[in-house]
Design a binder for this molecule. Sequence first.
Ligand SMILES: [Zn+2]
Length: 199
Amino acid sequence: MTSRKWKVESFLPALLAAVLISACAINPVTGKRELSFMSEAQEISVGRELDAQVRQEMGLYEDEDLQRYVQDLGMRLASRSQRPNLPWSFAVVDSPAVNAFALPGGFIYITRGILPYLDNEAQLVGVLGHEIGHVTARHSAQQYTRGMGASLGVLVGSIFVPEVRPFADLAEGGLGVLFLKFSRDDELQADALGAEYTA
Ligand SMILES: [Zn+2]
């Protein structure tokens, strides 16, 4: 029995290495290899699933002209990003919270509550560009990877990340998921990427 156990253990490093290599992906923004348990196809399918949930539970703000305007503006920015071929979508959700958020795969939302805070198109472009930056840099996918060791709740919560900065703490538990915020570094990178797309 002891010799058999020893054999299994001798395989472990190789097994672990195989898992790590297959889980490694190239970051579209930095071009660096990084540990990732979420492929682009998975990003898109998780995003689609949660998008349906957002649309159902939060609802879309009923203003077709506004929705089209936000969608067009977002598409113009996303087409200049490092990941122009994602199924990008931009929508205004019917929530009073002052918020903007992004799902993996390119699903981006602003709330109707944020509208009064946006004085002009440039500010809206700034918000959308920042959210696009979170998607292109795979921040959600990275959080998913970091959450692999944690519970499923944390994992799901890590995918749905609200954008309360720079607007106070107006978190809303509309979807009943646990909210985790991006790190300061992720926020700075999204800001830089957003500025790049805007330019
Ligand atoms: Zn952000």
